[in-house]
Ligand binder design. Structure first.
Ligand SMILES: *[C@@H]1O[C@H](CO)[C@@H](O)[C@H](O)[C@H]1NC(C)=O
Ligand SMILES: *[C@@H]1O[C@H](CO)[C@@H](O)[C@H](O)[C@H]1NC(C)=O
Length: 277
């Protein structure tokens, strides 16, 4: 019960700071509740595009390999057993998403879209074999953006279709919330647009760095990872609030219990409610 309250509090966002709080308690404070940092994995090169399969509590993300900008691999990390594996069968696994309804994991690599087969533990090519995939997201169908053309497509029944609402716009990173608002970025900034319209609303202009990752929490609130931390986005009014400060943040996700997970340049960290504070 107490934990549940903390989860709820955590999503109602206020500026946060790391530091020593309430005497003995050390941790990260979010809206009056204290969370401790649980190191999940370290010594990785830029863990990126995090997502969780709620049915297995596996965290999927990509990271750079061979000290190379262009070489990456998708990792599967079980949040219960702490087992870490690298997924075979994808060329430069980079983007990952989960269809939580069918518990299907999809991966985008430098040459196409893949479905991860959890039994054989291999990824299988399902489409777009000549396309370099940038980010992907599943909601009813598989959406993907491309690199370097920055176009948003859908993939359904083997068909690739340019997404009509955003056919005039470049798209880098994106997510779709439960009310069918698409939050997307291009080099100009962060925008929100209702599906079925062409009315983009500007949320944030980018000066130096853009959004490195998006995630939805259990209440359907969109969170965005910027270089300096994790922000929650207000979906009724234009606005965003920093909830966790991070030095060189790379990604954000929520586990099956709605705990926030983020990565920095070398580590993957989960924030868990501190019981004794
Ligand atoms: C980014 O998207 C907005 C909204 O659609 C658009 O006005 C702007 O021109 C786009 N910028 C680029 C570089 O595509
Ligand atoms: C969104 O903005 C409105 C108006 O400022 C505010 O009442 C509401 O609490 C905000 N919601 C979140 C989740 O920050």
């Amino acid at each position: 019960m107490i934990e549940m309250k903390l989860f709820l509090l955590m999503t109602s966002v206020i500026v946060t700071q790391a530091g020593t709080l309430r005497g003995e308690c050390k941790g990260v404070e979010i809206n009056g509740a204290t969370y401790e940092e649980e190191m999940l994995y370290e010594n990785l090169d830029r863990p990126y595009l995090l997502t969780v399969d709620y049915s297995t509590n596996d965290l999927y993300f990509s990271y750079s390999i061979d000290n190379d900008e262009d070489s990456s691999a998708t990792a599967r990390y079980n949040l219960d057993t702490k087992k870490f594996t690298t997924i075979e069968g994808v060329n430069n696994g980079f983007a990952q998403t989960v269809d939580q309804t069918t518990q299907t994991v999809y991966i985008g690599g430098s040459d196409g879209l893949y479905r991860y087969d959890k039994d054989t533990k291999r990824a299988v090519l399902i489409g777009a074999p000549s396309i370099n995939i940038w980010t992907i997201f599943y909601k009813d169908v598989l959406y993907f953006s491309t690199y370097p053309s920055h176009i948003l497509y859908t993939f359904s029944n083997g068909q690739i279709t340019r997404f009509p609402d955003l056919e005039d716009t470049r798209v880098d990173n994106f997510i779709i919330d439960n009310d069918d608002y698409i939050f997307f970025t291009n080099t100009s900034g962060l925008y929100r647009q209702k599906k079925g319209t062409k009315d983009a609303v500007l949320y944030e202009v980018f000066e130096d760095f853009g959004v490195r990752g998006f995630a939805l929490d259990a209440q359907g609130v969109v969170h965005a990872c910027f270089q300096n931390g994790v922000y929650s986005l207000n979906n009724t009014e234009v606005g965003l609030k920093k909830i966790v400060s991070v030095d060189d943040a790379f990604g954000v996700a929520f586990d099956k219990d709605n705990n926030l997970i983020y990565s920095d340049a070398r580590r993957v960290i989960r924030l868990k409610p501190t019981k004794d504070c």
